[in-house]
Write a protein that binds this ligand. Structure first.
Ligand SMILES: *[C@@H]1O[C@H](CO)[C@@H](O)[C@H](O)[C@H]1NC(C)=O
Length: 505
């Protein structure tokens, strides 16, 4: 009898192993699995311990509130007071890395580097040190949208002095954290900062200088990025040995039809959405995309402007900015189609939309097939490689939103599909080094307030203690990280809702 059981088990185990082998795929050993957050979205403590006011404090405190649910990040997920719990979640998930951003105004309350706030530096030191205790690598974003208000009052990204202010801040960051942080991202999502914040009304500071603000911002942002990169090269790289790069939101835009007009329209749209930021840094010649620059110059002349609304780079500036990144950080959230025929519909003139002259067709219907979510991350990376060469890529954000609550089966499926798509890219020879899921926990989703939840962990924003609870998707992601393997057959046990920390984490 005993022998029979042993044989039976052996047969079962053997069969199980065979099934797993057939229906799953493995990740490279050194692939970095992580999650991402941003300071204003999670920290709270908006006026504690010497922190200065930033542009999101200012915007969310406006009356009437422009935020969908009239909320703010005043408390958010209260991460300023929850270093241990936040790192505990990372350990539960078994993360290799965690990407977070520094609040500029928590470190430099006025925005200027003559006055450093020790409590702000201390908070990030405690977070970094707690992570390092458990071998979780910090990926640090210097700027994730929360500009000190005093710098905004001086023009923010529209000021040609912006690069100096950012370089000074970067020096404080490298000096204080660069002994332990080896991966810096200067800016998160230039498109959202410039096109939405200065050329539109999508994000703070809601300048809405359409057709002008986004272009000033674009030039000053890539210049500031290059200054921070050169600063690291010249003064810190030799002793600290880390990497500095930038993260651009690269969503997937393709032609609505096979017509040449639609194909061209898709290229125009990409140029306006991300080419304008990627080309100066990653392009072979540097500077803004040539055709786009010519079109804006032409339109500007027609509109009676004495010079192009898109500022020029001198040859020297072009060379200074070109090639200033150690990797290409990609944030990716959606696919859409572009048609040559759908714009303009009452366009603001001038505007970026009018300049590129095309519009988007969101494919909500096409976004899901019967076989699950369609994620086009590998398309994005293949295109970037074709345009800019063989960079190290990091997915620095990817995810989806859902209604509040822990039952998020769709998110689990999304992450499986996205990671499978990452493996497709690796199989195609893309040097993809890591993947940061957005987000570790529910947080303040900008203009959407708390109506849109992206977390692997749910946060109860009604409870003063802001308790965090793992969602279904957290178990899915944990399993993939643990095995470094996507098991196609795996379905998490719905009765298990308690996370434990595995050995070695
Ligand atoms: C933004 O500017 C455009 C063009 O000037 C204008 O039509 C629109 O109403 C403005 N939006 C807001 C919210 O001010």
């Amino acid at each position: 009898m005993k022998r029979f059981i042993v044989i039976l088990c052996a047969v079962l185990l053997c069969g199980h192993a065979a099934v797993v082998k057939q229906s799953g795929r493995s990740f490279p050993k050194d692939f970095l699995f992580g999650t991402a957050t941003a300071s204003y979205q999670i920290e709270g403590a908006y006026n504690e311990d010497g922190k200065g006011e930033n542009i999101w404090d200012r915007l969310t405190h406006q009356v009437p509130s422009p935020i969908k649910d009239q909320s703010s990040g005043d408390i958010a997920a209260d991460s300023y007071h929850k270093v241990e719990r936040d790192v505990e979640m990372m350990r539960e998930l078994g993360l290799d890395a965690y990407r977070f951003s520094l609040s500029w105004s928590r470190i430099l309350p006025t925005g200027f580097s003559n006055q450093i706030n020790p409590a702000g530096v201390d908070y990030y030191n405690r977070l970094i040190n707690e992570m390092l205790k458990y071998n979780i690598q910090p990926l640090v974003t210097l700027y994730h949208w929360d500009l000190p208000q005093p710098l905004q009052d001086l023009g923010g990204f529209a000021s040609p002095l912006f690069g100096q202010w950012f370089e000074d801040y970067a020096r404080v960051v490298y000096t204080n954290f660069g002994d332990r942080v080896k991966f810096f991202i200067t800016f998160n999502e230039p498109r959202e900062i410039c096109n939405e914040g200065y050329g539109g009304t999508g994000f703070a500071p809601v300048v809405n200088a359409t057709g002008i603000g986004e272009y000033l911002c674009a030039k000053h942002l890539v210049t500031a990025h290059a200054k921070a990169y050169h600063l690291y090269n010249n003064e810190f790289r030799a002793s600290q040995g880390g990497k500095v790069g930038i993260t651009i939101s690269v969503n997937w835009f393709e032609a609505e039809t096979d017509s040449e007009d639609d194909k061209l329209a898709a290229i125009w749209f990409r140029q306006g959405s991300w080419g304008i930021f990627s080309e100066p840094i990653f392009g072979l010649e540097g500077g803004f995309p040539k055709e786009l620059a010519e079109r804006i110059a032409e339109k500007s002349a027609q509109q009676g402007f004495p010079r192009s609304r898109l500022p020029e780079f001198t040859d020297e500036e072009r060379e200074y900015i070109r090639g200033t990144s150690d990797f290409f950080g990609i944030n990716h959230y959606f696919n859409a189609r572009v048609s040559a025929t759908t714009y303009p519909v009452n366009p603001a003139v001038p505007s970026l939309n009018d300049d590129v002259g095309v519009d988007l067709i969101f494919e909500s219907k096409r976004a899901e097939s019967t076989s699950g979510p369609v994620v086009k991350l590998s398309n994005v990376m293949l295109l970037l490689k074709e345009l800019y060469g063989d960079w190290d890529f990091y997915i620095t954000e990817n995810g989806m939103s859902s209604a509040p609550g822990v039952d998020d089966t769709a998110r689990g499926l999304y992450y499986k599909a996205a990671l499978e798509n990452c493996l497709d890219a690796i199989d195609d020879g893309i040097k993809l080094k890591g993947y940061m899921a957005w987000s570790l926990m529910d947080n303040f989703e900008w203009m959407q307030g708390y109506t849109s939840r992206f977390g692997l962990y749910a946060v109860d924003f009604e409870d003063p203690n802001r308790p965090r609870t793992p969602k279904h998707s957290a178990f899915v992601y944990k399993r993939i990280i643990k095995d470094r393997f996507i098991d196609h057959a795996y379905v998490p046990d719905a009765s298990v809702s308690v996370m434990t920390i595995d050995e070695g984490h």
